[in-house]
Design a protein around this ligand. Structure first.
Ligand code: IMP
Ligand code: MG
Length: 175
């Protein structure tokens, strides 16, 4: 598979984002809320470089299921486990695509009444957006490729690839 963003480039950008987040929340604490499962690897790398008191939580949604195109439907499969009322919450996403997932999760988390709700997405594919939503921190803006690796999957495969790779169209279009 063709590498779109290599591991060194990812590590460098993650460090920059962590430094920015550390500065923006200086002197405060943070709850990282990762979106399962794609954001797990990004969250673990990012959080280890954020120099703040922090806790982790995870939220589960089903959107892409086993397909490489969105169903346009988002379902909550796992809610957060700790109270977010009055807290600084950083929602951690792997990739922002149509925006359906982030729009749904934003309204869901807002209902928990955090003090501040910010979002970080490792990747952004703005050309695919259906909902007018943006992340506060974006790692890389990429063209409309289906990517896998560094946590991201195609039918649950390839999450453990250390680089972000382009899934060849032939691998899914006619599958
Ligand atoms: P959205 O709701 O269309 O913005 O989709 C967001 C979710 O779709 C992400 O959290 C990913 O899980 C998945 N997704 C979107 N694009 C890709 C991709 O290129 N590779 C793997 N997963 C993707
Ligand atoms: Mg996801």
């Amino acid at each position: 598979m063709q590498v779109l963003i290599g591991r060194e480039q990812i590590a460098q950008r993650v460090a920059e984002m962590a430094a920015q987040i550390t500065a923006d929340f200086a002197g405060q604490s943070l709850i990282f809320v990762g979106v399962l499962k794609g954001a797990a690897i990004f969250l673990s790398d990012l959080a280890r470089q954020v120099k703040l008191d922090a806790t982790f939580d995870f939220i589960g949604v089903s959107s892409y299921a086993d397909k490489s195109h969105t169903s346009g439907e988002v379902k909550l499969t796992k809610d957060v486990e700790q109270p977010l009322v009055g807290k600084n919450v950083l929602l951690v996403e792997d990739i922002l695509d149509t925006g359906l997932t982030l729009t749904y999760i934003n309204s869901l988390l807002a209902a928990h009444q955090p003090r501040v709700l910010r979002t970080v997405a490792l990747l952004d594919k703005p050309s695919r957006r259906l909902k007018p939503v943006q992340a506060d921190y974006v790692g890389f803006t990429i063209p409309d490729h289906f990517v896998v690796g560094y946590g991201m999957d195609y039918a649950e495969q390839y999450r453990n690839l250390p680089d972000i790779c382009i899934l060849p169209t032939a691998a899914w279009k006619h599958g």
